[in-house]
Design a protein around this ligand. Structure first.
Ligand SMILES: [Ca+2]
Ligand SMILES: [Ca+2]
Ligand SMILES: [Ca+2]
Ligand SMILES: [Ca+2]
Ligand SMILES: [Zn+2]
Length: 479
């Protein structure tokens, strides 16, 4: 029920309301202008399935005596078939109230005290559900998370536990908690009411803590290596319907790309593809780009796409690029199953990653708002930029072979000698699984053997850390 008002629509019927275009389930017939819904202040119409606010399908609105001229359709009415419903009219309200006091269909039982007694509604309700919410569910170490009790009914005491958090327990209704280390954490809540009833529930993997500083750039994803999302680089926001996923039926590079099955989405729904934290504090400027392909189904579709950026690990987001409905299509309208060919892909360059965004916990996201169009495809996301001068100490930093299984070699060039350097291998949860401390490396080419025989298969970050420069690269283990 995130954005759907279907229940409101059906309750309207239950309280004796017809569709605005009359007593049938077939919108779009011109003949419906001759019928009414028995409510004078709803303009005559033939019924719509989209959200064009200037829609005007009948011109005889004055015939019912309420309107004196032709007016636009009331497309935002709950008794329309549009997806932007937000109102009943005063005339509909009167008709529903009349139904509620009428014994004809028994609706007057809904509010009679004898019925409330028979159904238990006039007693103090007891606890029946434990539920929680938080202001954020993906944070960096040290960020404050606000938790909110959403349990009902009549809860009067709370016992929270936050494994991995600080504090680790609380008896407040709405506590605030911080987490120090990267990882995924459960939350438990036990509640009681005035009668001593108790309920408790575990909410598994409720909070994810990601790294700060994040991964170093260049951050390039063509979706050829990690072919499933969410993964350690991407999270997905999908409150309803289809979500962003990786598939290989169409792509710009290689075989794989990200797709949103927007043709099956609920219009008005929002989907996001959200990056992990990226450390761009070492760049002198940053540029973000990606490829996408999209077709509308018809010219009424209102789909649009935005790129947002955060300089505080995703707590607050700023719009950096807007691709409006008027320019979003990269291919002519089509109602058929859409699979883009090479010419359909457009490049989006996000120029708004200004110097204030050059921080160690930068994140960005691609946000799509559905408006009835066809499917969306995204590939070749690239965040990169020139290093600031002092960061050119380390270059040609790479691991080979990659993927590796028993032995890997880390290779890099230094422009001057570095002492007090460390080399670390870090797993996707930020845990150090291999480390060399207090190392001295000479100018020129350095090659270091890494024994990776005991590492589990998967992706790792290999990090060179020194007081003057930190740099990392990804390594895959497939033993
Ligand atoms: Ca009417
Ligand atoms: Ca009209
Ligand atoms: Ca969705
Ligand atoms: Ca690709
Ligand atoms: Zn209906």
């Amino acid at each position: 029920l995130y954005s759907s008002r279907t229940l409101t629509h059906e309750v309207g019927h239950w309280l004796n309301l017809d569709h605005l275009w009359g007593n049938n389930n077939n919108p779009g017939n011109a003949s419906s202008c001759t019928q009414d819904d028995a409510v004078d202040d709803t303009p005559r119409c033939i019924g719509v399935t989209s959200c064009n606010v200037s829609s005007n399908t009948c011109s005889n609105d004055a015939v019912d005596g309420y309107w004196t001229t032709d007016v636009v359709d009331n497309i935002e009415n709950y008794l329309e078939y549009s997806y932007c419903s937000k109102m009943f009219t005063p005339g509909q309200k009167s008709r529903m109230r009349a139904a509620l006091v009428s014994g004809v269909a028994g609706r007057n039982n809904l509010w009679s005290s004898s019925n409330h007694t028979a159904t238990g509604l006039n007693q103090t309700p007891t606890i029946c559900a434990v539920d929680i919410r938080s202001n954020r569910n993906m944070v960096c170490g040290g960020d404050v998370v606000e938790f909110f009790d959403e349990s009902y009914n009549n809860v009067n005491s709370w016992s929270w536990s936050f494994p991995g958090g600080s504090p680790s327990t609380s008896t407040q209704q709405n506590p605030t908690v911080t987490y120090a280390n990267a990882g995924t954490y459960d939350v438990q809540l036990q509640v009681s009411d005035q009668f001593g009833n108790q309920l408790s529930q575990n909410f598994p993997n409720f909070i994810t803590v990601i790294a700060n500083p994040g991964d170093l750039t260049p951050f390039v994803d063509d979706f050829e290596s990690a072919t499933q999302i969410p993964n350690s680089d991407w999270s997905v926001y999908n409150p309803e319907g289809p979500g962003f996923h990786v598939m290989n039926s169409s792509s710009f590079s290689g075989s794989y790309a990200v797709k949103l099955d927007n043709s099956a989405a609920i219009p008005g729904s929002v989907d996001e593809l959200v990056s992990t934290t990226l450390d761009i504090s070492n760049l002198s400027s940053a540029s973000l780009s990606f490829k996408y392909a999209f077709a509308k189904r018809n010219s009424q579709n209102t789909d649009f796409m935005q790129v947002l950026a955060s300089r505080d690990c995703g707590e607050t987001w700023f719009l950096r690029k807007n691709i409006p409905a008027s320019t979003i299509a990269t291919y002519p309208n089509t109602n058929s199953s859409y699979n883009p060919s090479a010419n359909d892909w457009n490049t989006v360059n996000v120029s708004g990653i200004t110097s204030v965004y050059l921080v160690s916990d930068f994140r960005f996201k691609i946000k799509f708002t559905s408006g009835g169009g066809n499917d969306l495809f995204i590939d070749d996301i690239n965040l990169s930029g020139p290093l600031s001068i002092e960061d050119e100490l380390v270059f040609d930093f790479l691991v080979y072979p990659n993927p590796a299984n028993t032995l890997a070699v880390l290779k890099f060039n230094l422009s001057s000698m570095v002492d007090d350097a460390s080399i670390k291998i870090v797993d996707p949860l930020g845990r150090v699984v291999y480390g060399l401390d207090n190392q001295t490396y000479n100018p020129g080419l350095n090659e270091i053997e890494l024994n990776v025989r005991n590492l589990n298969p998967g992706w790792y970050n290999v990090i060179f850390d020194s007081p003057k420069r930190k740099i990392s690269t990804k390594m895959m283990i497939n033993n």
